[in-house]
Design a protein around this ligand. Structure first.
Ligand code: AP5
Length: 221
């Protein structure tokens, strides 16, 4: 099976961003992360950023129409010759339907959906320890890497920070929102024969290697 467009599905903290970075470093993809695009809009204080900020800080989903418009606009800028790697989108059935329509319009095959399964307890552990670089965006974890706020990013020397939605109350709400709005996508994609399940509770390298094998079609789905 040949390489195809990919969706990384999974609860907050499942490792979508981490494994997207790995896949992009080892294979060729045009990356689209709605979380990154929305955080950039907030940082720029654009109209979209102003509308999205409150939802994001509370761990709520940004309304579908705003996110679908954002993705449609971004997709026009992506290199159509490359395979797409979608991370954090879709998150609702309405978004999944909109995506299917966009890909059909572009005459692209429907994507392979990798569902990163991880327990709530592990999500809380990972997100409470996540630190990110303000400059290059590299993702770290205090539990694994020992790095914390005040340390410099080993990749670029940038400042490390903690995401505002990684506070305990926001994490709890994100898990609730995931169960309610995003978990139904597992069945949605299963019914369409697009889903492959991955045990994302394994070590990071093991999960990345498994995803790369699936993405390259070197492993049956
Ligand atoms: P987004 O940025 O997409 O956040 P998320 O889905 O909640 O996911 P995270 O980024 O928190 O986690 P991740 O799965 O990428 O894990 P990571 O690799 O960092 O969205 C943020 C917000 O934007 C949403 O809440 C919403 O408000 C809004 N939004 C975004 N998209 C939207 C949409 N489509 N519709 C509406 N609203 C939208 O890993 C986490 C930690 O675990 C790291 O420290 C990492 O080092 C560590 N780790 C990763 N893998 C492993 C492993 N295997 N073992 C041990 N540690 C690991």
């Amino acid at each position: 099976m040949a390489q195809r467009d990919l969706i990384l599905l999974g609860p907050p903290g499942a490792g979508k961003g981490t494994h997207a970075d790995y896949l992009m470093a080892h294979m060729s993809y045009a990356h689209l992360s709605t979380g990154d695009l929305l955080r950039a809009a907030v940082a720029k204080d654009s109209d979209l950023g102003k509308q999205a900020q409150g939802y994001m800080e509370a761990g709520e989903l940004v309304p579908d129409d705003l996110v679908i418009d954002l993705v449609a606009e971004r997709m026009e800028q992506l290199d159509c010759q490359m395979h797409f790697l979608l991370d954090g989108f879709p998150r609702t059935t309405a978004q999944a339907e909109a995506l299917a329509g966009m890909l059909e319009t572009l005459n692209r095959e429907q994507p392979l959906v990798m569902n990163l399964a991880v327990s709530d307890a592990e999500v809380v552990r990972r997100l409470s320890g996540r630190r990110m670089c303000l400059d290059c965006g590299t993702i770290y974890n205090v539990h694994r890497d020992g790095l914390d706020i005040g340390d410099k990013c080993p990749q670029c020397g940038g400042e490390l920070y903690r995401r505002s939605d990684d506070e305990p109350e926001a994490i709890r709400n994100r898990l609730k929102v995931y169960e309610q709005d995003s978990a139904p996508l597992i069945e949605y994609y299963q019914q369409r024969g697009q889903l492959v399940a991955v045990d994302a509770e394994q070590g990071q390298q093991q999960v990345s290697a498994e995803l790369a094998e699936l993405a390259q079609g070197r492993r049956p789905c």
